[in-house]
Ligand binder design. Structure first.
Ligand code: VGL
Ligand code: ZN
Length: 198
């Protein structure tokens, strides 16, 4: 296969953080640690080809309606400044890191956020960073495939990028059985090219 990467491509590495990728993490995604070497291979290939590499980092305040302890869905994870919020120590970091969820919003997509109570929409700097870099197509890897990876890939399509998901380099929360397959189908329906799915 020819390389996925050229200078008009950006690799988006979603939320490869201790709380998702380490079995001791607050919202451990089963097998999350297995994607770190795969993500690193992609990061190196992307950089060699002159592509952009960007990272997202879930970065929540201590209290947010995102957390089950405050009436939301998820166990406490990726609290600003904690070990769990740090990018996995083995991840090669070679590009800007875009934080999301910082103001108490869910922050599922690395592009944007919708506040869970007020419904207010806000944008992260991701789209501007990608445009500035001349990116027209995105390759997405990271955690979790059925949550933040999915929302980021779908938002990438909405913003007009070609989007490829590397399914081998993601793992899923599967809050409900079948979520992973549903997420991959939803992405494919939205025009995301899904590599390595079955
Ligand atoms: C994520 C659930 C809650 C993710 C973030 O990164 O996929 N999932 N917050
Ligand atoms: Zn979160």
């Amino acid at each position: 296969m020819t390389s996925l990467y050229d200078p008009t491509t950006a690799l988006v590495v979603v939320d490869v953080q201790n709380d998702f990728a380490d079995p001791r993490g607050g919202l451990y995604v089963a097998g999350g640690e297995e994607i770190v070497p795969l993500a690193n291979e992609e990061i190196r290939a992307a950089r060699r080809a002159g592509a952009t590499v960007v990272y997202s980092q879930d970065w929540h305040p201590e209290h947010t309606p995102h957390f089950v302890t405050d009436g939301g869905t998820w166990p406490v994870h990726c609290v600003q400044g904690t070990w769990g919020a740090q990018l996995h120590p083995d991840l090669v970091v070679d590009g800007p890191v875009i934080r999301k969820g910082t103001g108490g919003e869910d922050g599922y997509s690395a592009f944007s956020a919708r506040h869970p109570t007020s419904g207010e929409e806000s944008a992260t700097e991701l789209d501007a960073v990608l445009r500035e870099a001349g990116a027209r197509s995105l390759v997405v890897v990271g955690l979790a495939g059925d949550v933040c990876v999915k929302e980021t890939a779908l938002d990438g399509r909405r913003h007009g990028y070609e989007v490829t998901l590397l399914a081998d380099a993601t793992r899923h929360v599967e809050l409900e059985a079948g979520d992973a397959d549903r997420a991959l189908a939803e992405m494919a329906d939205a025009g995301v090219t899904v590599h390595g799915w079955m």
